[in-house]
Ligand binder design. Sequence first.
Ligand code: PRP
Ligand code: URA
Ligand code: MG
Length: 214
Amino acid sequence: MSTEQGSGVTVVDHPLVQHKLTLLRRRHTATGEFRNLAREISLLMAYEVTRNLPLERVTIETPLETMEAPLLSGKKLCFVSILRAGDGLLQGMLDLVPSARVGHVGLYRDPVTREPVQYYLKLPEDIASRQVIAVDPMLATGHSAAAAVTCIKQAGASQVSFVCLLAAPEGLAVFSAAHPDVPVFTASVDRELDSHAYIRPGLGDAGDRLFGTK
Ligand SMILES: O=P(O)(O)OC[C@H]1O[C@H](OP(=O)(O)OP(=O)(O)O)[C@H](O)[C@@H]1O
Ligand SMILES: O=c1cc[nH]c(=O)[nH]1
Ligand SMILES: [Mg+2]
């Protein structure tokens, strides 16, 4: 279940996603539960982002007869996790598509300038021939997501989607201006960014909550 918001933004409004997101946001949700919920939600998000994958019809033998049946065709998938919080969404995606390749872009937000600083990049050699789904729970100012997608495109990928849990309206505008061809799937578009560029009402710092670092 999803709602197209215009400008390539889809809010995944499936009741299971929305219920689990509420549990995830709660201040007292502990690290282990937070991690499990992120994994469960990302599996459901993967279901939505892969909804339009092309199918071809192939001939198979059931135990009883021959039939024409649908099978995925077209480009194979590559998930790209934006470190570190993106790793919280990776396992759920892989639960659904275990054969996908995985890349990593390491970025952190400079606390003063709030601009993303890149410290790592490892993408599959054949990324140009794959459909890429980049994942990061938070799209706040949108600069980290935009920088990561720029790296992915520079590596040759031409079909890219972006999946997050929460997005701020300001960040969506920045991201869509930088990458109008990249659809965004989010579980929620929250109200606003605060003066520290945190998403409100939000869920706090996704990386710290996933890994228990604060
Ligand atoms: O849209 P932006 O304003 O760029 O902010 C979003 C980024 O901030 C968080 O990462 P953070 O820099 O905290 O790094 P971490 O994943 O290592 O915690 C989040 O996971 C995004 O990558
Ligand atoms: O609200 C926010 C903004 C950026 N990064 C986070 O983890 N949370
Ligand atoms: Mg963080």
